[in-house]
Ligand binder design. Structure first.
Ligand SMILES: [Zn+2]
Length: 316
């Protein structure tokens, strides 16, 4: 079975062909044109055709196409309700791609929900049927799986963990317009902010970045932390306290068997796991504390694999 998978993100888009076992047969990444969605969707169709050609199949061989959108969707109707880019509102994504590709079976979903569905089908599979999925990257997104099913909520927006309030004493402003959100305190963007603040205060810390030829951001800070730089370790531990607070809320409400973390910051989760565990132990009811904290098994391609999983689980 061949499935077309489109992961349309805020900065980059990945188009690929995936088989029923979750093997990526072909993929191509390019920048998202957020200024003109029509143009961008047409480019996605062109790249999809190139992928089809490159593995020697035809459009008719595709079982369906799964499409992740960077915003709120009505997956039942196949409509993008709203993304933060100008004009990306009330778009009938399903009809557009049906019309352009001639393929009938098209499923669209919010990108983080897709990651959770991908984890269910290709990642931890039978290991967990009740878990929360968190993307910790530029921002923080989430999804909830209960009894093997995605929990959507009334407006298909359940799992907005990034906007749980975790800091009341010194709340930082979140892109959502409110303050004290988890995203404002524990995302990759927040870790970069702490890194830059620490560099301004401590010339020796700045020198460590120059010496190790690392960028002065969350990634560079993680490299230094892994080498034992105390200040860098402290920065990750600080973010871990807030992540732990946010996770505690989720655990007390949802009783997950696991918290599965993806996104860029997931590769630095080992710097934070102990502190997250300590923080959650203090804040989670003892009967709920036996949950696991895991990095996604889907790696960098979680969302792309999730797009394919959507098509398989929403069978024709
Ligand atoms: Zn927020």
């Amino acid at each position: 079975m061949y499935i077309g998978a489109l992961d349309i993100g805020g900065t980059k888009t990945i188009v690929g062909i995936i088989d029923q076992n979750g093997s990526i047969l072909c993929k191509y990444q390019f920048a998202t044109n957020t200024y003109n969605w029509q143009q961008h969707f047409l480019s996605c169709c062109t790249v999809l055709r190139q992928c089809i050609d490159s593995i020697g199949i035809s459009c008719d061989d595709l079982y369906g196409i799964g499409i992740n959108m960077p915003g709120m969707v009505n997956s039942k109707e196949g409509i993008l309700l709203k993304a933060v880019y100008k004009g990306w509102e009330n778009i009938d994504v399903k009809s557009f791609f049906r019309c352009e590709t001639g393929i009938d079976h098209i499923v669209i979903e919010n990108d983080v929900n897709a990651c959770a569905i991908g984890e269910l089908l290709f990642g931890y599979k039978d290991a967990y049927k009740n878990f929360i999925w968190m993307t910790v990257s530029t921002g923080i997104g989430g999804a909830v799986v209960s009894e093997g099913r995605l929990i959507r909520g009334g407006w298909n927006c359940a799992g907005e963990f990034g906007h749980l309030k975790v800091e009341y004493e010194h709340p930082a402003l979140c892109p959502c317009g409110q303050s004290g959100c988890l995203e404002a305190h524990a995302s990759g963007t927040a870790i970069t902010r702490y890194t830059k603040e620490a560099i301004r205060e401590d010339p020796l810390f700045e020198e460590a970045f120059s010496f190790h030829k690392q960028p002065m951001d969350a990634i560079g800070c993680s490299v230094l932390a892994k080498q034992g730089n105390h200040k860098a370790v402290e920065i990750y531990e600080k973010a871990a306290i807030w992540l732990g607070r946010g996770i505690s809320y989720c655990v007390n409400v949802l009783n997950p068997e696991a918290v599965i973390i993806g996104g860029g910051v997931a590769s630095s989760l080992d710097l934070m796991t102990d502190v997250i565990k300590l923080t959650t132990e203090k804040n989670v009811h003892t009967t709920l504390s036996g949950f696991d904290i895991k990095v996604t098994r889907l790696g960098y391609e979680a969302a792309l694999l999730g797009a394919a999983a959507l098509v398989i689980l929403n069978s024709k």
